[in-house]
Design a protein around this ligand. Structure first.
Ligand code: NAD
Length: 494
């Protein structure tokens, strides 16, 4: 995996060394260097965006039939499948996620690509409802132009595919600016799209720092949409830039999701679901269920079971098949998670499991943190209000539903929520009153490309996924056709 040379990047259909300062990809399990990667400078950014503009406007591409464009995407899916093990391994090396999870992310990317390709093949224009006898009206969909796709490091292949594929399917060109830590997978995607026969210029990967390369990309006058996944603070900043340029955004942002366990829940299944919901991906998931509300009548029993099972989580080498939790992405992120745990202590919280970095030979080179459970805090505490993005769960009891909903909804975020109960009437009622874009009932962290994903409140603007997600990257054009000789007023023939 180690490379002495600097990796080239994919700009305007060519592999070349970017003019920016190179960055490094690290393996978080032992902090060794995976690769040195070149980054884009202003000239590279301009070259990629001009080529993108030229490529999507090219009449040859604009006239390519949807079925022919879909064929390229099906080829991409086939290549993703052929390279599945390699892609999963590459992502594990980049961000330390266990191989079982990265294999899942590649599978999801293959399915997304096929689903969107099928959707493109079957996408119709609309003959709209007739309101005047003499007029026939129809609406067609057209590309927006150059799309800036900006992604985080936690699930890169899935985040990237769910932007690139619908955007390309919509006839646009895409400039991908991946997270610094996970550039390798983005470059691998570039080679896959190239091999699948996507015309040059329609897809470029501009690696580098967000505040430098990302900022310059989104501010470029030819960029017509920002499709961003990342933190709420960066999303807010990009929304300002988009407002100034009057271009649209899709912002998939942070979360602090509540999970509720009612007294009638199937406790064994609920304990497993809660543990998976917070500790898979080492808690580095936007939808991590990080605030747990347990009905007071089962609080002690449930908490004890949660503690016991959390102690059994297999934390270790992410390349081993049975590893459940890998390291955190970096030492800097581990320090940030640890600061939140210290803050919880200072706020009066009791750390009932974990709360420190993992010791021992197996862990000494990597950024490993213990799965951590905290009790004794209220929902007003800072650790309940801010996104930690690590393996830290705060557990709180509740007694009645009014108080419960006041607390679960007391958050700037509204990304997801989980409900555990055998009473489906109650579950549906609570799900309607929870302020979140995704609600899981008796399960957690399940996704489907067919189901739209969006954040409420400061967790996002716009949506991704769904059968018609291609339309999120298109604009409508409505055409009125006069069916008789009725003249417009003011120009009656004499
Ligand atoms: P981040 O906001 O720091 O960075 C995300 C991306 O934005 C990176 O590629 C970064 O380089 C780029 N960026 C940073 N500043 C920029 C700027 N000024 N202009 C343009 N681009 C810029 O987020 P992160 O730390 O990489 O990811 C973690 C965050 O992502 C968490 O808050 C998590 O909840 C969120 N997230 C949300 C979802 C979702 O679907 N809602 C999914 C995954 C992660």
């Amino acid at each position: 995996m180690k490379e002495d040379t600097v990796k080239k990047i994919f700009i305007a259909g060519k592999w070349k060394l970017g003019g920016g300062e190179p960055i490094q990809s690290h393996y978080p399990a032992d902090n060794s260097v995976n690769a040195k990667i070149s980054t884009a400078n202003s000239d590279d950014i301009n070259e990629a965006i001009l080529a993108a503009e030229h490529a999507w406007r090219n009449p040859k591409w604009r006239d390519t039939l949807p079925s022919e464009k879909a064929a390229i995407l099906f080829k991409v899916a086939d290549l993703l499948e052929t390279k599945k093990e390699h892609l999963a391994q590459l992502q594990t090396r980049d961000n330390g996620k266990p191989i079982s999870e990265t294999l899942g992310l590649v599978s999801s990317s293959i399915a997304t690509t096929r689903y969107i390709a099928s959707s493109l093949e079957t996408l119709d224009s609309q003959l709209t409802n007739q309101r005047v006898k003499s007029l026939m009206t129809f609406t067609t969909y057209e590309p927006l132009g150059v799309i800036a796709a900006i992604t985080p490091w936690n699930s890169p292949i899935a985040s990237e595919i769910q932007k690139i594929v619908p955007a390309l399917a919509g006839g646009n060109a895409v400039i991908l600016k991946p997270a610094e830590a996970t550039s390798l997978i983005a470059l691998e995607l570039a080679s896959i799209f190239e091999e699948a026969g996507l015309p040059a210029g329609l897809f470029s990967v501009l690696t580098g720092k967000g505040s430098v390369v990302g900022e310059e990309v989104v501010k470029h006058p030819l960029v017509q949409k920002i499709s961003f996944t990342g933190s709420t603070s960066t999303g807010r900043h990009l929304a300002h830039i988009a407002a100034e340029k009057l271009i649209s955004t899709s912002l998939e942002l942070g979360g602090k999701s509540p999970t509720i366990v009612f007294s009638d829940a199937n406790l064994d299944i609920a304990v497993n679901g809660v543990i998976y919901g917070i500790f898979s991906s080492s808690g580095q998931a936007c939808i991590a269920g990080s605030r747990l509300f347990i009905h007071e009548s089962i609080y002690e029993k449930f908490l004890q079971s949660l503690i016991e099972k959390t102690k059994n989580i297999v934390v270790g080498d992410p390349e081993k098949n049975d590893t459940q939790m890998g390291p955190l992405i970096s030492e800097a992120h581990l320090d940030s998670v640890n600061r939140y745990v210290e803050m919880a202590r200072n706020e009066g919280g009791e750390i009932v499991v974990g709360g420190h970095r993992l010791e021992g030979d197996q862990y000494k080179k990597g950024s490993y943190y213990t799965p951590t459970i905290i009790t004794g805090l209220t929902n007003q505490s800072q650790v309940c209000q801010e996104e930690i993005f690590g393996p830290v769960l705060v557990v709180m009891p509740f007694s009645d539903e009014t108080e419960l909903l006041a607390q679960t909804n007391n958050s700037i975020y509204g990304l997801a929520a989980g409900i555990w109960t055998e009473d489906y009437r109650k579950a549906i009622d609570i799900s309607k009153r929870l302020e979140a874009g995704t609600i899981w009932i008796n399960t957690y962290k399940k996704f489907s490309i067919a189901t739209p994903f969006s954040g409420h409140k400061e967790s996002g603007v716009g949506k991704e996924k769904g059968r018609l997600s291609i339309l999120d990257y298109m604009q409508t054009k409505s055409i009125f056709l006069n069916l008789d000789q009725t003249p417009n007023p003011w120009c009656e023939p004499k």
